[in-house]
Design a protein around this ligand. Structure first.
Ligand SMILES: [Zn+2]
Length: 327
């Protein structure tokens, strides 16, 4: 067996592992696995919103079949759109763009990231925090838009304790009631039953260290000076989006209103995991319209890193315009 054969075998094994688990947002079927080695490229991106210093910190990537994220797309059209965007037609990669802001003397992380809950390529946030000279004890608060595993996965350390020992966790009350305090019916999710049960279990185990002292908020509330939540329910019962603001400067975080700009902005297809597709669509339009009308810079959690850009209103819908890289 020569080196080529070995490499090809390794590639095929990887492909099989990917195919067997390529489900909603979900790499290796909610498995625990160590992150694969990094390429060495930056996983953090600094900028400012007025007086607030902000840093996108990548937690890595997850992914699944494009169909999951574009549930109503005609198959041939979906394939053609992906090909024209130079994207794979069998798997869509989603980024995990958490945002660290420093405001009111506190370091606040918006979204915790997936950790190991949705495949082996999450859990990078700790390396990326270290790269900017910070550790988990430097985080004062973590605010999540909703409680899906890719947003709360890093709350739990490997030993079951708090991964961010000093951080107060803020979560939307309606999501906490639905996913954490009850046994949710997830039959609306376009994935196999065993995936749904692992998904539900991953939420409960991820948030367990925060059970005793979580701060539950109602979407619309001011969470900290310069950080306001915005009602955006539909994807989940309580999902919020956020506005970071300082003086005349704003940044709109769109959470999971869209998974990927090619299928949910440039094309208006509906994400399969939206629990109430009509409400999610109304939230998406209301918030995208605001972003476009006011020309507000946007951070989209799952878009290609660092996920910053603007929303443009077009004749038929919207277009995503990525921001230029700032050195
Ligand atoms: Zn998500």
């Amino acid at each position: 067996m020569n080196a080529f054969t070995l490499n090809r075998r390794a590639v095929m094994l990887t492909a099989v592992a990917g195919a067997s688990s390529a489900l909603v947002g979900g790499g290796a079927a909610l498995a625990q696995a160590a992150p694969t080695p990094l390429s060495g490229n930056a996983g953090h991106y600094r900028f400012r919103v007025g007086e607030i210093s902000a840093t996108v910190l990548s937690d890595g990537v997850i992914g699944g079949p494009p169909r999951v994220y574009a549930s109503d797309a005609p198959e041939a059209e979906l394939q053609e759109v992906l090909r024209r965007a130079f994207l794979p037609t069998d798997r869509m990669t989603l980024n995990l763009n958490t945002l660290l802001i420093e405001t009111g003397g506190r370091r606040i992380l918006i979204e915790a990231g997936a950790g190991a809950t949705m495949g082996p390529n999450g859990g990078r946030i700790f390396q990326n925090l270290a790269a900017i000279g910070l550790g988990p004890t430097d985080i004062d608060a973590i605010v999540v838009s909703h409680t899906h595993p890719d947003h709360v996965g890093n709350l739990r350390a490997a030993d079951g304790g708090k991964a961010f020992p000093r951080a107060t966790v803020f979560a939307p009350k309606a999501d906490w009631d639905f996913f954490v305090l009850s046994d949710p019916d997830l039959s609306y999710m376009p994935v196999p039953e065993d995936f749904r049960s692992r998904f539900a279990a991953a939420i409960k185990s991820s948030v367990k260290p925060a059970m005793s002292d979580v701060e539950l908020y109602e979407a619309g509330a001011e969470i900290a000076p310069g950080l306001t939540s915005i009602v955006a329910s539909g994807h989940t019962p309580g999902m919020a989006t956020f506005l970071v603001h300082s003086g005349n400067d704003h940044l709109l975080l769109t959470a999971d209103l869209a998974y990927h700009p090619v299928v949910n902005v440039d094309n208006p297809w509906l994400p399969g995991p939206d629990r109430d597709m009509g409400a999610a669509l109304a939230s998406r339009r209301r918030i995208f319209d605001r972003a476009a009308a006011d020309r507000i810079p946007v951070l989209a959690f799952h878009f290609p890193f660092p996920g910053l850009g603007r929303m443009l209103k077009t004749d038929g819908g919207y277009a995503w315009v990525p921001a230029n890289w700032q050195f």
